[in-house]
Design a binder for this molecule. Sequence first.
Ligand SMILES: [Zn+2]
Length: 331
Amino acid sequence: MKTIFLKNISKKIIFFSIVLSFVLTGCALSGGDKEAVTQPAAEATEAVPKPYTTDTEAAPQPATTDTEDLSHIPDYSGSASIVLNNNIPLFDTGLYTTESFEEYGELDELGRCTSCMACIGTDLMPEGEREDISHIKPTGWKNAKYDFVEYEYLYNRSHLIAYQLTGENANERNLITGTRYFNAEAMLPYEEEVGNYVRMTNNHVLYRVTPLFEGDNLVAKGVCMEAYSVEDEGAGICFNVFVYNVQPGVIIDYATGENWLDENADIDALYATTEADMEEVTYVFNTYSGKFHLPECTSVEEMKEYNKVYFNGSREEALAKGYKPCGKCKP
Ligand SMILES: [Zn+2]
């Protein structure tokens, strides 16, 4: 299942040269368009229900260079993510393939994750039970509890390439220290968009996630997420975004992972947001079974927490994401 399907050796060379340049520069791929960073992203929740039947005439053209300069990413200013390069990913055209593969870059000299890349097809998607990942300690793992954070723990072991996409789990090259907000709110809509598209179409999505560690920091500032659907040339999926690794109400020392309460934060508002998020759930998706349930369904209690996606939307939207209604609770 973890076979690398890249047959063309030149593709491998291209990929490893990317990783090498990444390692050499310490944080980012070299070169690139520095002006393209400032465009605000659409609300993350709006990124999800994108139709898969987009007019192919509107399909964006893939970039022909493979360079994204992450060293000029602005600091977080309230938006969970920003668009890079007009939302066009920077994959080298030599990497476009309809054969699934997955590559996890080697840890750097500080033990930090580098870039992970995959051509995601249904054949890579997980089939079995998820193994435990609690023994993996990504760099900067200084976890702490805050009771206004969903499930209280500030940090999650955050997959660079989501478990639902490649089934890759306890791989230290694929797990970084990420906040709950980053993991469950900021990255997830993009991961869902890709996963739902692949499940619905059986097409492939070229996908890369690159963490940005500034200087010798042990906690990533965030990740660059790039995706492009191959068979329909980007009509279904095309994005290039930077997602911030932040948690509202908490200040993080990115050098070490130490963290503390933001004295200026409106804690009551943070509680209210977390509670509202929990209350507004209309359905619970099981990313493992592909079923959706009413929140009160007994199957939800039995479901592994990491397979759950809490959804606020209509039945039609749930169906449009490729989920099938549970036979027990009949949502
Ligand atoms: Zn159910």
